[in-house]
Every structure is written in C-alpha cells, then in structure tokens.
Design a protein around this ligand. Structure first.
Ligand code: FAD
Ligand code: MLT
Ligand code: ZN
Length: 476
C-alpha cells in the first residue's frame, strides 16, 4: 500500500457507512460501485506505483449530482478523490487511503461547438481522443495532444494543466481554456463557463483550478478554443550526432520553419533501444545518439514542403543531422510518432520507473541525464532522456528491476537540487500529485507555498478534496 511505503498517516476523516452508501445510491441509482474487484483498477495508478484502498466509486452524470455529493461529503467529513482517465504520472489520481473515488467517466457529453469561433464546450469526462475525432469531422482539432489521449479526460487535462506534444504551437491550457464550471468542496457551483476570448472583469478565477490537481474543486465542464485542422502536416524523423546538434537544429528550425513548426521533440538512443526491444518498433533511420521529430502544420502543402526541404538540405549539409526520413501521409506520420509517444509504455516493461519531468534552460537539459548516469552507475538499469525540447522540458526516467529505496535516495533530492540551481521546475507538466508534493520548495518560494495553502484552506476548509496531494500540509 502507498501509505506504508510513503509513511503517511490517515487524516481524521469519517469512514463511509451504510447510510452514506444508501444516500449515494438514492442520488445515482446503479452508479455506486462497491465491489472490491471492480474497484481494483481505480485504486492503482497507471504506472502501478501507488495504490489506495477505496471501497466506493461514484459515477455522476451531471454537475448537480457532483454538487449533491460534495455537499454531503463536506457535511459528513468524507474525503473525495476526483478521477478522470487515471493516467496521472505523479500518483494524484488514486486514493491514498479510503477516499471516495469520484469518477468523471459518465460526464462525457459535448455541450456545444461553434464553427465560427472554434470554441468547444463539453463535460469534463470527455476523452481527449473522442473530442479530437469529433472536431476533425468539422475541420478543427483539439489544441493539445498527448500519448494518453485514448484514456485521459479533458477535465483531467485541465486539472493537471497537461502540456503534451504541441504546446510549442498552440500554447498551454492556461491560454486555450476560456471558461470552466467547477463544483467547490461545499457543493456550490461556480459557473465561469464563458466562451469569450477577452474578459478582464476581476480576477481570472479559472486559472486557480487549471493545474490544481483536484485539490480546489471538481471541474465539471470546460470551454476551450480549438484551432483549425491544418491542411498540410509533415513529420521529419531525424538522427543527430550529439546534443549540441539537437540544439542547433532547433534554432535553425525556428528560423527556417517559423510559423509552420508545430512540434520539436527529442529522444536519446537509450529510448530507441527500449521501444525497439519491448514494443518491436522499427528505427527508420541509421542508429544515432539522438533523434528528433520536427513536425510542421500549415495551410499550403506546396509552401510547407518547400520550406521543409530547404531546412532539411541545410541541416544535412551542415552535418547537424546525419540521417532522416519524412512523412506526409497519415499512416507513416502515426508510425513515426509512435517511436516517441510509446517510450512511456516501453519504460514500464523494464520494471520500476523513477519518473522526472523537469523544466530547465534548454541548453542544460541533457547535462542532467549524463550527470545522473555517472552518479548512479550500475545501480540503475537505465537512465534515459526524452521530451518536449521545444518547451525546455526534459523527461528524465530511471529504471530498476524493482523498487529500491536506496536507489530513490541516490536520486532524490539530488535531481531536485540540480534543477533548482538553474531555477528550473521540478514538475514541468505532470504536476506534484502525491509523489512530489514535498519537493515543491525546490521550485517555489515559501511565501508562494503559504499563499497556496491559504487558498486551499479558504476553498476547502475541511481538506476533503484530494487530501495528501499537491501541497505539503502546514506542519510538514
Ligand atoms: P487523472 O489521471 O484521472 O487525474 C489527474 C489529476 O487530476 C488527479 O489529481 C485528479 O484528482 C485530478 N482530476 C481529474 N479529473 C478532475 C476533474 N474533473 N476535476 C478536478 N480534478 C480532476 N501529461 C502531460 O502534461 N504531457 C504529456 O505529454 C503526457 N503524456 C502522457 C503519456 C502517457 C502514456 C501517460 C500515461 C500520461 C501522460 N501525461 C502527460 C500525464 C497527464 O497528466 C495525463 O495524461 C492527463 O492530463 C491526465 O488526465 P486524466 O483524465 O487521466 O486525469
Ligand atoms: C511524454 O511526453 O511522453 C509524457 O509526458 C509521458 C512521460 O513523461 O513519460
Ligand atoms: Zn511529456
């Protein structure tokens, strides 16, 4: 159990009683799960590294039902764990003890889409990929994309402020989310579900809930600005001889591809070995120390191809890139993206994964990987680096046959100290969840943490929403 490994004490919340179950059953008949076997997958995280022991999962369909549940839980002092697609990578989406799991799985209705403004309004439990498929028929796309798209919910994306593969082009959810409907801990409904590009009337409250990881309120509906579906997409998968060439290719590409650049991702050869070995994917280019994916999305294929071809000529003749392949058809594009997107999955085949998601000045990001490799030597099975290079976001992952406390102590807090010395972020996009909340001080000053704790106390005075997550409690 998570509580044993992490030595955490249960807060004095009430335990779910038969009377509570009857209340929930009356409120949402047939949508209260209590069977221990059925609850198992909801009690364990995607990485299978943290596990709670909730005995109840609720599946509301409406905002009103969530409001009733929270009003009741707040009165009864029952703790609640909001859950979307349960793809969280920092242990935020599963209970630590017996918190009630409040799933958004049935809140999956599209409310409206405006083809003039490109604004989508939908319930929080819509699966990202389903939203994208719906929009594609109308010649639009979602402004974010990530490998968990087939499972993650838009509410979960908002709650974690997920970044993903195209943040470089379409920006963060802090810009594209225009409005939210949120249910607060006491059950009150905050309707800020506006669809306006501009609205400077008072504080922008929705920002407080974006990235708050279910600790301040339950996101029930989202209004989001969606871009047009690009008419021409090209993807280049390129091999680079060293990290300095990866960086120089990036600056070249920003200059030469400019407005059509939609993704710049990198992975090292260790990652390539893992996706080849575990998932039987094929490396389409000559073996290289690093690989990059350069994607363009534009409105004129002739123009885009000409630009891309000039860029490729330039990086090949200047030896920044040693080999490459290009795709413009859907099938090959997906095949090339899989090499990058499925690294997360390949890593889990190795055993236990220690996952770090770091923002650093871009020229520093691979130094952390090489430094960790030297420091850990043979005590780690693998030390790999990949990520959203265009956003200065490194995914440093370390694997071992199984969990080892001594290996954890060799990695942490060293990795956070290293990050902090360059004023980096110890969580660029995955959040703090359960696993990283104690390290917030490496990226935020004490005054900021205190203010966050004050917000939490104001919005959730009993602390029933996702307890043990995101913020250290004042005494910790
Ligand atoms: P969950 O995992 O269910 O929950 C995440 C957190 O949000 C939890 O704290 C939960 O309590 C809270 N929460 C969920 N729904 C709500 C709600 N409606 N209201 C309030 N709180 C809520 N992240 C990135 O940023 N970029 C990536 O590229 C990326 N790639 C990934 C690839 C894979 C293979 C996987 C497994 C994960 C990846 N992630 C990535 C992690 C990322 O956080 C999630 O995939 C996604 O944003 C979480 O959505 P979810 O619906 O699964 O939320
Ligand atoms: C990614 O970019 O692939 C995701 O953030 C998941 C991960 O870090 O493994
Ligand atoms: Zn990522």
């Amino acid at each position: 159990l998570t509580s044993e490994r992490y030595q955490v004490q249960r807060f004095p919340f009430a335990h779910v009683s038969d009377r509570d179950l009857s209340f929930f059953e009356r409120l949402m008949p047939g949508r209260v799960m209590t069977d221990a076997d059925e609850l198992k997958p909801f009690n364990v995280d995607w990485l299978k590294t943290v596990r709670g022991c909730s005995k109840v999962l609720l599946k509301p369909r409406t905002t009103m039902e969530i409001s009733e549940v929270l009003r009741y839980c707040s009165e009864r002092n029952l703790a609640v764990n909001p859950q979307g697609g349960n793809t969280c990578l920092v242990g935020g989406s599963v209970p630590v003890f017996d918190e009630i799991i409040l799933s958004t799985a049935l809140m999956n209705q599209i409310i409206s889409f405006d083809t003039v403004s490109g604004i989508l309004v939908c319930q929080a439990g819509c699966i990202l990929e389903n939203l994208n498929q719906y929009l594609e028929q109308l010649d639009f796309i979602m402004p974010l994309d990530l490998a968990a798209k087939g499972s993650c919910h838009i509410g979960g994306n908002v709650a974690t402020n997920a970044g993903g593969l195209r943040l470089l082009r379409y920006g963060s959810l802090r810009g594209t989310v225009l409005g939210l409907e949120v249910v607060l801990a006491d059950g009150s409904i905050l309707n800020c579900l506006t669809s306006l590009r501009k609205d400077n009337t008072g504080y922008d409250l929705k920002q407080l809930f974006i990235g708050s990881e279910g600790t301040l309120g339950i996101v029930t509906a989202v209004s989001i600005l969606c871009p047009r579906k690009p008419k021409a997409v090209n993807l280049a998968f390129l091999g680079c001889p060293g990290f300095s060439q990866v960086l120089r290719t990036f600056t070249t590409c920003k200059g030469m591809l400019g407005e059509i650049l939609s993704a710049y991702e990198f992975m090292d050869n260790e990652c390539m070995k893992l996706v080849k070995g575990h998932l039987k994917l094929v490396n389409p280019v000559a073996e290289s120390p690093f690989y990059i994916l350069v994607e363009t999305s534009g409105s004129n294929s002739v123009h885009d191809e000409e630009k891309l071809s000039n860029f490729l000529d330039h990086v090949m003749t200047s030896n920044l890139v040693t080999d490459g392949t290009l795709a413009s058809d859907d099938k090959k594009i997906k095949m090339l993206w899989a090499l990058r997107e499925r690294i997360t999955e390949a890593l889990t085949c190795e055993g236990y994964v220690y996952k770090y998601d770091i923002s650093l000045p871009v020229e520093k990001i691979y130094d952390l990987v090489t430094d960790m490799r030297t420091k850990l030597g043979r005590s780690a099975k693998n030390v790999v680096g990949y990520g959203h290079l265009g956003d200065g976001n490194l995914h440093l992952n370390i694997t071992a046959e199984s969990y080892s406390h001594s290996l954890l102590e060799a990695i942490e807090p060293y990795v956070y100290e290293w990050t902090s010395q360059y004023r980096g972020s110890i969580s660029a996009e995955h959040g703090l969840g359960f696993k990283k909340k104690h390290f917030i001080h490496y990226s935020k000053p004490q005054e900021a943490v205190l203010l966050m704790q004050q917000f939490k106390a104001m919005l959730d005075p009993k602390g029933i929403l996702n307890p043990y997550k995101t913020l250290p409690v004042k005494s910790e």
